[in-house]
Ligand binder design. Structure first.
Ligand code: ZN
Length: 171
């Protein structure tokens, strides 16, 4: 069993390395998003972070600012997309990827559809509010015409751990 498994992994190594090259870039940007989440944590906000990447560069950064700004819409993803729109001078972010530490909620997923994002990469699933697939399916809904590539689970453990610790300490 182990022998055939190792043989199999040898046989598929070219595609495996191609996949791991993609996820290395994804992990690099997710590290940036996690740094943003850390900023939220330091401000006493729910530690969620997001970055928007265009052409290999960060064009928007955000972390939750609901308490700081008294703004119910100030989720990390919204903040990052607003900054990206300003930086690119465009309300459409069709060439951009959004990296978020947690599965976006319905509001943020809706905004990602309005922005016509090309790709979403997120960390941990959110079983209470996730709108990629966990609770609702706002992204790639059969009745919406925008299609977006979605990659889940990138550095998910670290994103989830940060949130769990935050809520543990609050109790
Ligand atoms: Zn949200």
């Amino acid at each position: 069993m182990a022998k055939s498994a190792s043989k199999l992994s040898l046989n598929v190594s070219p595609s495996v390395s191609a996949v791991s090259a993609v996820s290395a870039a994804d992990e690099r940007w997710m590290e940036e998003a996690l740094r943003c989440a850390q900023r939220a944590l330091e401000a006493g906000e729910v530690p969620v972070g997001a970055v928007v990447v265009s052409d290999g560069q960060v064009v928007g950064r955000g972390w939750n600012r609901n308490l700081t700004d008294c703004d119910p819409t100030a989720h990390a993803e919204i903040v990052a997309m607003r900054e990206a729109g300003r930086n690119l001078g465009n309300h459409r972010l069709g060439a951009c990827e959004l990296f978020a530490t947690i599965e976006p909620c319905a509001m943020c997923a809706g905004a990602a559809v309005h922005a016509r994002l090309r790709r979403l990469v997120y960390g941990a699933d959110d079983p209470k509010a996730g709108a990629a697939h966990s609770v609702l399916q706002v992204l790639n809904h059969p009745k919406l015409n925008h299609r977006m590539e979605v990659q889940a689970g990138v550095l998910a453990g670290r994103a989830a751990e940060m949130l769990q610790e935050f809520f543990r300490n609050r109790r």
